[in-house]
Write a protein that binds this ligand. Structure first.
Ligand code: NAP
Length: 657
């Protein structure tokens, strides 16, 4: 239950007061307090409880039990009051209380610049504020003549499909797999899961109060995407097992001509007015270039192409790579395999979170489902816990003394806590501490969740090798120290070709410009990460400089991009223009701003090498912005930044020529 609770449901909810009070014992203090103040409007409760909420996670709550009991009683009283009076529940809390509520909800100060974002995320009035509405009834022919081709039916492609369907815009989604889900379909490695809390890592328009874990495992997320595709009838627009080979802009017809390859190798052509890439940055596996890899002889596969036909039980498994995927795989397989040898090129930082392994109890699910507005406040609390509050910790203080190890005082404090955690988890083994502690500041690479990685390292069947791989021979990996490590299976958790964005598709824009020529092998650029000069009516979701590495949720970001794209499409359809193309000035201005912002962030730190940067050291993958900045940048499509063309213009030009 979220907001528009009908009278009967409310009456049932309060019909057994003792049972309700008992059920409320499973509620977290912060969202329950929000429910009370929202419905009751009494700010005194904020004053009483807020001092005990020390931060945004539920484990930061230090409210005494007696006060929690009072809170539960007050919530029951308020709900009973509404049930008895028959008054509808207010959709929004008293406006003047919102700032204090947001502060109390998060146990921190939420600055006013976040209020629009907060209201949007909370969507208390249930109007789905990120959905783009027509400003005037679109011309029926203009609408029916307009077709969008979306590449990819992953988390973002399905969301865009939902929004296009709602707007009545004709579209087709080309998906290379035989199912929706993208990343969450392809990655099936043992331990696959998300490290952003799920009640936030999900669509804002499809809040799920049924997650089994606070940090769900892959199949549950995949099922969520499938469910949303099904509920919204998205499958009928998807062409499965087809891949876009090329897309060429027709400068006369002002359409994209797209060549599509079926699974059987045959091809066909189609056209679309607009082309949207929803393939993301992490779609094409990066295999390591190691001498002799081909001669290994045994099974060797990438983490995103896990070969489930290979039984690793009792086997000698070698894993190359210790990033987000490796950190989830190794602890999951270590208890099963005979020996696990982990080849680490660089150590990664990983943070402990007490909720990481916790299941959402049925009692908690009941609260999420049944207490009005609770799930929404809980989502906002998680948004705050995992997002912009970290951004300052990633900024380089030019006057900071210990600059090789940390960036500023806050960052140094994080480092201290992480180091203490590593030491404790590896039983203070000095050799393991040395190997497992990164030599760059925290957040230089994605901050991982400690998936019991460190305590796995002390297992007798696990060896962490940090000497680098020299070469591979049949059944043996030889490290740079000349040590020979026998292996039956190699797992390559070596990441993706993120910098070669959109590869291997051949995208050809105006005047024959190709994406590869413009971006090269590793320098993708787009205005707001979304549009590219010379490529009219072409949009990218999760494009250049939109990867989130300070915190937040990729779903949040893609929803911002989808809103922007939908506004751009609306602009075309409503104004009767046929093509839009970002002008060079705003594009380059944005590039300069992104680069300047990155210079002050940890990813540009000289001690950090990562897939975030290209060979020239330019950060191409990450967004330098806080979520609130990116939300504001993309909130409103600005037609002045774009050049518009219509077919009539083209004809007139041809005529003149
Ligand atoms: P990754 O973060 O790029 O990690 C790749 C690992 O392989 C790194 O440890 C890298 O070492 C190592 N490596 C690469 N090439 C190598 C080589 N030739 N020899 C030895 N080692 C090599 O890739 P990933 O772990 O698949 O994660 C990619 C991204 O996917 C993440 O950043 C995240 O955005 C997403 N992801 C998220 C989750 C989650 O939410 N839990 C899970 C998986 C993935 P260096 O560090 O030295 O480069």
């Amino acid at each position: 239950m979220t907001s528009q609770t009908d009278q009967q449901t409310l009456t049932e909810l309060v019909s057994d007061r003792a049972a309700l009070l008992k059920r409320l014992e499973s509620a977290d203090t912060s969202p329950l307090l929000m429910v009370l103040v929202h419905l009751g409007g009494d700010p005194a409760w904020l004053g009483r409880i807020a001092p005990h909420i020390k931060g945004p996670w539920s484990f930061h709550d230090e409210t005494p039990e007696t006060l929690k009991a009072e809170l539960r009683t007050a919530v029951a009283d308020v709900l009973e009051g509404y049930a008895a009076s028959g008054h509808p529940l207010p959709l929004t809390p008293p406006k003047e209380l919102l700032p204090a509520m947001l502060n109390a909800c998060t146990g921190q100060v939420v600055p006013p610049e976040y209020y629009p974002l907060a209201l949007e995320e909370l969507d208390l009035a249930q109007v789905d504020p990120k959905t783009v509405k027509w400003r005037k009834e679109p011309d029926a022919k203009a609408l029916s003549d307009f077709k969008v081709l979306v590449i990819g039916a992953g988390f973002s492609g399905v969301a865009l499909g939902i929004k296009l369907k709602q707007a009545g815009i004709e579209h087709v989604i080309i998906e290379k797999n035989d199912e929706v889900g993208g990343t969450w379909y392809e990655n099936t490695y043992p331990g696959i899961g998300v490290d952003t809390a799920n009640h936030f890592y999900s669509y804002s328009f499809a809040i799920n109060d049924d997650w089994n874990h606070f940090f769900a495992k892959g199949p549950e997320i995949e099922a969520y995407i499938k469910r949303n595709a099904d509920i919204n009838g998205i499958r009928e627009n998807i062409r499965f097992e087809e891949e876009v080979d090329s897309a060429v802009w027709d400068e006369t017809a002002l359409i994209w001509n797209v060549e599509i390859r079926r699974a059987d190798g045959s091809t066909y052509h189609t056209s679309a007015n607009a082309l949207v890439s929803a393939v993301g940055q992490l779609n094409r596996p990066q295999l390591p270039n190691i001498e002799g890899l081909d001669s290994f002889g045994g099974p060797a596969f990438h983490s995103a192409r896990w070969d489930h036909s290979v039984d690793i039980t009792g086997k000698k498994v070698a894993m190359i790579g210790t990033g987000a995927s490796g950190m989830q795989i190794a602890p999951s397989i270590a208890p099963v395999v005979g020996e696990l040898t982990i080849f680490q090129r660089s150590a990664h930082w990983a943070m402990h979170n007490p909720l990481y392994f916790e299941k959402v109890s049925d009692a908690k699910k009941w609260v999420l489902k049944n207490i009005p507005f609770y799930a929404k406040w809980f989502r906002f609390q998680l948004f705050w816990s995992s997002s912009d509050t970290f951004h300052d910790k990633l900024r380089i203080d030019p006057n900071w003394g210990d600059s090789a190890r940390s960036l500023n005082a806050d960052n140094a404090e994080v480092r201290k806590q992480l180091e203490a955690h590593i030491a404790k988890e590896v039983n203070y083994d000095p050799e393991l501490i040395r190997k497992a502690t990164p030599d760059f500041p925290p957040y230089g690479k994605r901050m991982l969740r400690d998936n019991h990685w460190y305590r796995m390292l002390v297992r007798p069947n696990v060896e962490l090798v940090d000497l680098g791989i020299d070469h591979i021979e049949p059944g043996v990996i030889v490290d740079k120290g000349g040590n020979r490590h026998e292996a039956d299976v190699i797992v390559m958790a070596t990441g993706f070709q993120a910098r070669r964005l959109l590869w291997p598709m051949n995208i050809v824009g105006r005047d024959g410009a190709t994406i590869r020529e413009r971006w090269g092998e590793d320098d993708p650029r787009a205005h707001l990460g979304i549009t590219v000069p010379e490529f009219p009516n072409f949009f990218v979701i999760y494009g250049p400089n939109t990867n989130l590495a300070h915190g937040g949720s990729a779903v949040f970001h893609s929803e911002c991009q989808i809103r922007y794209i939908m506004q751009a499409l609306r602009e075309l359809i409503e104004t009767g223009q046929d093509a839009l193309e970002v002008k060079p000035e705003p594009f380059w201005d944005y590039q300069d701003k992104v680069d300047a912002a990155h210079r002050g962030m940890v990813w540009s730190h000289p001690g950090v090498t990562s897939w975030y940067k290209n060979k020239d050291g330019r950060v191409t993958a990450n967004s330098p912005w806080r979520l609130v900045d990116y939300r504001n940048l993309t909130e409103t499509f600005n037609p002045e930044e774009y050049a518009f063309t219509s077919r009539a213009d083209v004809k007139a030009k041809e005529h003149t020529a």
